[in-house]
Write a protein that binds this ligand. Structure first.
Ligand code: ZN
Length: 180
């Protein structure tokens, strides 16, 4: 018997959190939406420093976590932005500074890139997150914890409310999750 109150954040759990993210000066950078954000613990869906801090926490616990860049979105300035022609993006894509896209790496894995600059037909992209180099201050509350489904474990991310905006290409498994 496991009642919800005894659930502890650990690998293979789907954890729902409310959070406010600020930089060290207190400027708000991001926050969870109306519904808590759900992530798969151990799946590296959130920055490593936050995932580590949440390990072992229980529902209702609130904490403030300061995550250095090395455990956040990485150090800044390790890579030079690369130039890509506008024509490589879909015609209707929102090609503007800060927009994120997925590129296929040589091994076929999707690699996130961000647009750093647009100059006419030339677009500069970088694999560096816009928050690289920034110390992240999270005020976070654990709202819910549950076991991940087998499918979620296999995919490495959460399905359903608060979770992954599902794959837009090859699979269509919205009806495939039966809890346990
Ligand atoms: Zn999935």
């Amino acid at each position: 018997m496991s009642d919800a109150a005894s659930e502890v954040v650990g690998d293979g759990k789907v954890v729902s959190i409310e959070y406010v993210l600020t930089d060290p000066s207190g400027e708000e950078l991001d926050r969870s939406g109306e519904a808590p954000m759900a992530y798969l613990h151990g799946g590296h869906g959130i920055v490593p420093g936050l995932e580590e801090a949440l390990h072992g926490k229980t529902v209702g616990e609130s904490l403030r976590v300061e995550v250095p860049p090395g455990k956040g979105y990485g150090e800044k300035g390790k890579v030079k932005p690369q130039r890509v022609l506008r024509s490589h993006f879909p015609p209707d894509a929102p090609v503007e500074k800060g927009a994120q896209f997925l590129m296929r790496g040589e091994d076929g894995r999707p690699i996130p890139i961000w647009i750093t600059k647009v100059m006419g037909r030339e677009v500069y992209v970088s694999p560096e997150h816009p928050l690289a180099g920034v110390t992240l201050c999270f005020d976070v509350t654990v709202k819910a914890i549950r076991d991940a489904t087998d499918e979620e474990r296999a995919h490495g991310h959460v399905h359903g409310p608060g979770g992954h905006h599902h794959h837009d290409d090859d699979d269509d498994d919205d009806d495939g999750d039966d809890d346990d």
